[in-house]
Design a protein around this ligand. Structure first.
Ligand SMILES: [Zn+2]
Length: 192
C-alpha cells in the first residue's frame, strides 16, 4: 500500500508550495507519478546566476548521489537525464521550484511510470533569490526527489518531516530539512 500511495502522490514542483497542489491542501496528491527507468543518471547544470546557484545545484545532486540507494547522479555536459536550472518563472507564480519536461510540460511518463524524456528541475528565482544557500538546497533536493519518482509527504512533526514536504515554510523554515531523509531513501530503494 505504501508504494501505491506514494506513487500516486507525485506532483510537479516544490513550494512555496508545489504546482498541482493548492497551498491550502498541500498533502493532496495528483494521481500519477514518473520515475526514470534506471538509477544510473546524469545531470547537467544550466545556471544563469552561477554565483548564487551553481554551488547549491551541485550539492543538491551530491546529496542524492550520496544516499544509500542505487541512484548515481554524475555530472555531464550533454545527454543529461536531469537538467538543474534557475529562472524567473511567471507560469509558476506562488511556487519556488518545479519540475518540467524540456518543452515546459507538467509531466510525460509511460504507463509503467517511466519518464519519456529528460527532465528540468527549476528554481523559481522570483522567490529563491531571497533564500539562503541552504534554503535553495532544500528546494532543489525536493525537486530532484520528484525527478527520481517521489511524491509529496507531509508530517506534522519535524522529527518525521520528509524532504518531500511540499511547503518550504514547513520543510525548511520550521524543520531545516535540506537532505533526503531516511524515509525518502527507503522509498527510493523500493522503486529502484
Ligand atoms: Zn513538490
Amino acid at each position: 500500500m505504501r508504494r501505491i500511495r506514494k506513487l500516486a502522490a507525485i506532483v510537479a514542483g516544490a513550494v512555496l508550495t508545489t504546482l498541482f497542489v493548492v497551498p491550502a491542501a498541500p498533502a493532496t496528491a495528483a494521481p500519477w507519478g514518473c520515475q526514470f527507468s534506471t538509477p544510473y543518471l546524469h545531470y547537467k547544470t544550466a545556471i544563469t546566476n552561477t554565483a548564487a546557484y551553481l554551488n547549491p545545484a551541485q550539492w543538491a545532486a551530491r546529496y542524492w548521489q550520496e544516499t544509500n540507494t542505487p541512484i548515481t547522479l554524475s555530472p555531464v555536459t550533454t545527454g543529461a537525464n536531469i537538467v538543474i536550472a534557475d529562472g524567473y518563472l511567471p507560469s509558476a507564480d506562488g511556487y519556488d521550484g518545479m519540475i518540467r519536461t524540456p518543452a515546459g510540460q507538467m509531466e510525460n511518463c509511460t504507463y509503467n511510470h517511466n519518464w519519456t524524456t529528460g527532465m528540468y528541475v527549476w528554481w523559481n528565482r522570483t522567490y529563491t533569490d531571497y533564500y539562503t544557500g541552504e534554503k535553495k538546497l532544500s528546494v532543489m533536493v525536493h525537486e530532484l526527489g520528484h525527478a527520481l519518482g517521489l511524491g509529496h509527504e507531509s508530517f506534522t512533526s519535524c522529527n518525521y518531516v520528509s524532504i518531500m514536504e511540499p511547503k518550504t515554510a514547513k520543510r525548511y523554515d520550521d524543520c531545516r530539512k535540506y537532505k533526503p531523509t531516511v524515509a525518502d531513501v527507503a522509498f527510493i530503494n523500493q522503486i529502484y
